[in-house]
Design a protein around this ligand. Structure first.
Ligand SMILES: Cc1cc2nc3c(=O)[nH]c(=O)nc-3n(C[C@H](O)[C@H](O)[C@H](O)COP(=O)(O)O)c2cc1C
Length: 380
């Protein structure tokens, strides 16, 4: 099959589902609780209607957007996805290389499966680093030092995992890190021989950044390793101020849904926020990110760079987010579905889909660039 046979992110998702074990697919695709928040993220975008405007010259269009001093060629980047190489070997490296080649941002997760240093070599000017506060504080500051030494400019601190969420699919699949090789899991993997061979050839995915500290992170906790590395019940404003003081580049707080939390982010000195519900993986009863966005923009739009992720699956969604005041947009699953479906070229195909749909939507509503988008293009 050719990439052009896949016309939507859903087409790629369906192909990825066929190629990878259920345990890995469910880890990527699933969310918290009943997954109502995942559905709400999509519904939120679908409920927004755009107002087309004609009788304008739209023959010259471009999608460039400048944030934190860098002009990107598309209005969307890659959200951090932990353990991505479980979905298909080398996901992190493929997506980082795509980001460099296509001039978009790629965010490496603190619980990524490729090291901070390796991603900086692949995409020195396009990689952002995302930090979690692990069980032991010193690990966080070590990671910051490594990210700075490797040349990362933008730091993203994720704040929406005070404690682990209840992800039913993972629980039902007995999914923990490190893997327990139960008969059910062995059977699951045996049914996807291409994935099994590729994974065997590349080595079992592991938390490359956390590897030196993993025993410390999990010490004294009854959590599995993956959870112990991410959970931060003590991440308050004081700790955030110390993180701020340790980072001299732009700092972005990810996982904000309310003006009150946005205000806290502003107080601690954040340069930007990502309005996000972690793709529906944390609080099942949370609002969709697109419905949370306008309130945050109304209160802080002039003071911080406001970005969004969670549920973005089309170029139309991207345009809607910009109309509501987002200054940049990200997606996590879309890009990983792309690699799961098509391998190395998958990320680039996802970006093509998004960029083509943004272009089409801009022309239909009578706009020629992202800066023109605003509330006047929303059908009220
Ligand atoms: C499998 C998976 C792993 C994730 N890991 C992280 C992570 O390590 N750090 C983080 O800040 N967010 C993580 N997220 C959340 C994403 O960064 C992003 O907020 C979310 O995927 C956006 O929603 P979307 O997948 O609908 O685009 C993860 C999401 C998924 C699906």
């Amino acid at each position: 099959m050719k990439p052009t046979d896949f016309l939507t992110i859903d087409d790629l998702r369906a192909r990825a589902k066929k190629r990878i074990p259920k345990l890995a697919f469910d880890y990527l695709d699933g969310g918290a609780g009943s997954e109502a928040n995942i559905a709400r993220n999509r519904q939120g975008f679908e409920d927004i209607v755009l107002c087309p405007e004609y009788l304008r010259d739209v023959s010259e269009r471009n999608q460039q957007v400048t944030i934190f001093g860098h002009t990107y060629d598309a209005p969307i980047g890659v959200s951090p996805v932990g353990l991505a190489n479980l979905i298909w070997p080398k996901v992190d490296s493929y997506l980082a290389a795509m980001a460099k080649q296509r001039n978009v941002p790629y965010t490496l997760s603190a619980v990524g499966t490729t090291s901070i240093e390796r991603i900086a070599e692949i995409a020195p000017d396009h990689a952002w680093f995302q930090l979690y506060m692990p069980g032991q504080e010193y690990i966080c500051f070590e990671l910051l030092k490594r990210a700075k030494a490797a040349g990362y400019n933008v730091l993203v601190v994720t704040v929406d995992i005070p404690i682990p969420s209840k992800r039913l699919r993972d629980l039902r699949n007995d999914f923990t890190m490190p893997f327990k090789m139960t008969p059910k899991i062995i059977w699951d993997i045996a049914r996807k021989p291409n994935w099994a061979l590729a994974t065997l050839a590349n080595g079992k995915p592991r938390f490359e950044n956390m590897a030196p500290y993993i025993d410390d992170a999990a010490a004294g906790k009854s959590l599995n390793a993956a959870q112990a590395l991410q959970v931060s019940p003590k991440l308050d404003e004081d700790l955030m101020r110390r993180i701020r003081a340790a980072w001299d580049g732009p700092m972005v707080v990810k996982g904000i849904l309310s003006p009150r939390s946005a205000e806290a982010a502003k107080r601690i000195g954040a340069d930007g926020i990502i309005v996000s519900n972690h793709g529906g993986r944390q609080l099942d009863s949370a609002p969709s990110s697109i419905e949370a966005l306008p309130r945050v923009v109304d209160t802080f739009g002039d003071n911080m760079t406001i970005m969004l992720d969670s549920g973005v699956r089309t170029g139309g969604d991207i345009v809607k987010a910009y109309c509501l005041g987002a200054e940049f947009v990200f997606s996590g699953r879309s890009f990983v579905f792309g690699v799961g479906a098509l391998g190395e070229i998958g990320g680039s195909h996802v970006l093509d889909l998004f960029a083509n749909e943004v272009d089409l939507t801009l022309a239909q509503i009578g706009c020629t660039n992202m800066a023109q988008l605003g509330a006047e293009y929303l059908w009220k």
